[in-house]
Design a protein around this ligand. Structure first.
Ligand code: NAD
Ligand code: UDP
Length: 386
């Protein structure tokens, strides 16, 4: 750790970070990175610490004096302002961010992504503290190309689909499509943070993650989450593979996504943390434009990779189609395509993703198999016995 320098060659000084939502998927990987590779201190705030337990216990760990967990619900806890005041930087990851909730729990989604984030922004602004806020690629909504006729050659023109922080519009569906409650709440908090920067000098960075995936993402229904719960696609498909059920393709699995390995993305966040002069005032896309697939192609690739890592044969019918209404309920809608433009992050932080989709699925599904296969087998044999 000695002699660490920033992108401009200046020595990096140890700082204290108040990380809200530190017990989630991204937070757990960020804490791991900060503990193992930097001298920084983390005040980890969350309602749960299951995913960072390995970093908190035992007290003999090398970083034991650099991480402390605060079990706080930021909706209603007066200790939050004190923690933000104690830190040099606040990183806010806390959110409801699973699509199955956006149309079924729109009020919770809007409160979580907008109202609950307001005090965090206010405390940072009033106390002159830097903020890194996690937004989403979903802020872009649908691409302009989605509104062109299916056979229009313009659909092949990147100008109609590549998503750029400073020029692309945010295109959401009608209000009755409650899917957009999340994107809309995230958009308004981005605008508020931007305005705090412009009017009150708040030092901020906004991150727009494009489908970060890897170990510890979400939960496996019936094992470490509710049986009826619907996590994001990586965990849904992992669950299907572990249980030897067909993978469910919503509305034909035609939507396109670019997936990035969590460890590549965390490298980008660390650069933001340690290069404030280059990151402040910017909104960054963080994704891997080279890893684009349709959801159907993702299902096919995950089926192949899982077969390789588990040694099990694939099912004869590996996928089935399901309507979005059946899978998510009324009010679901979808982003058609998400390719991040990388110009700003390349220029400011000289960062590029490295890991191919096949490689990131191989390490992630190896983890899923090692972590869950036995528990699933036991749960399934118990339910057959009953
Ligand atoms: P996650 O659900 O795993 O983590 C969120 C964490 O916030 C959870 O541990 C949760 O307990 C905590 N939290 C929520 N409300 C809280 C509250 N009121 N008080 C205290 N803690 C609370 O999700 P993630 O994938 O790690 O996402 C983190 C952030 O990144 C979110 O803001 C999300 O919108 C954004 N994001 C992530 C992705 C992705 O690809 N993973 C994509 C787009 C946006
Ligand atoms: N999806 C699917 N089957 C599933 C879960 C998700 O076809 O079991 C689709 C979903 O409709 C969307 C894509 O996979 O088109 C990605 O969904 P995810 O929940 O990961 O979040 P999003 O990228 O939409 O924010």
């Amino acid at each position: 750790m000695a002699g660490r320098v920033d992108l401009d060659g200046n020595p990096i000084k140890p700082i204290t970070i108040c990380m809200i939502g530190a017990g989630g998927f991204i937070g757990s990987h960020l804490c791991e990175k900060l503990m193992s590779e930097t001298p920084h201190k983390v005040l980890a705030v969350d309602v749960s610490n299951d995913k960072i337990k390995h970093l908190l216990e035992p007290a003999t760990l090398a970083w034991a004096d650099r991480i402390e967990f605060h079990r706080i619900n930021i909706k209603n806890d007066s200790r939050l302002e004190g923690l933000i005041k104690m830190a040099d930087l606040t990183i806010n990851l806390a959110a409801i961010c699973t699509p199955a909730d956006y149309n079924t729990r729109p009020l919770d989604t809007i409160y979580s992504n907008f109202i609950d984030a307001l005090p965090v922004v206010k405390y940072c602004s009033e106390n002159g503290k830097r903020l890194i806020h996690f937004s989403t690629c979903e802020i872009y909504g649908k691409t302009i190309g989605a509104f062109l006729p299916k056979d229009s050659p313009l659909r092949q023109d990147p100008a109609y689909y590549v998503l750029k922080e400073d020029t692309s519009p945010c295109i959401f569906g009608p209000i009755e499509k409650q899917r957009w409650s999340y994107a809309c709440a995230k958009q308004l908090i981005e605008r508020l943070i931007y305005a705090e920067g412009a009017e009150n000098g708040l030092e901020f960075t906004i991150v727009r993650p494009f489908n970060w995936i890897g170990p510890r993402m979400d939960f496996i229904p019936g094992i470490d989450g509710p049986s009826e719960g619907v996590p994001r696609v990586l965990a849904c498909f992992s669950n299907n593979l572990l249980r030897r059920e067909p993978l469910k393709l919503v509305d034909g699995g035609e939507s396109q996504r670019t997936f990035i390995y969590i460890k590549d993305a965390i490298d980008a966040v660390l650069l933001m943390i340690e290069n404030p002069a280059r990151a402040n005032g910017h909104i960054f896309n963080v994704g891997n434009p080279n890893n684009e697939v349709t959801v159907r192609q993702l299902a096919e690739m995950m089926t192949k990779v899982y077969s390789k890592v588990s040694g099990e044969s694939s099912l004869e019918t590996p996928t089935i189609d399901v309507s979005s209404k059946e899978f998510y309920g009324e009010g679901y809608d979808d982003s058609d395509k998400r390719i991040p433009d990388m110009t700003i992050i390349n220029k400011q932080l000289a960062w590029n993703p490295k890991t191919s989709l096949w490689d990131l699925l191989e390490s992630t599904l190896t983890y899923q198999h090692r972590t869950y296969a036995e528990a699933i087998k036991q749960a399934m044999s118990k339910s057959t016995a009953n």
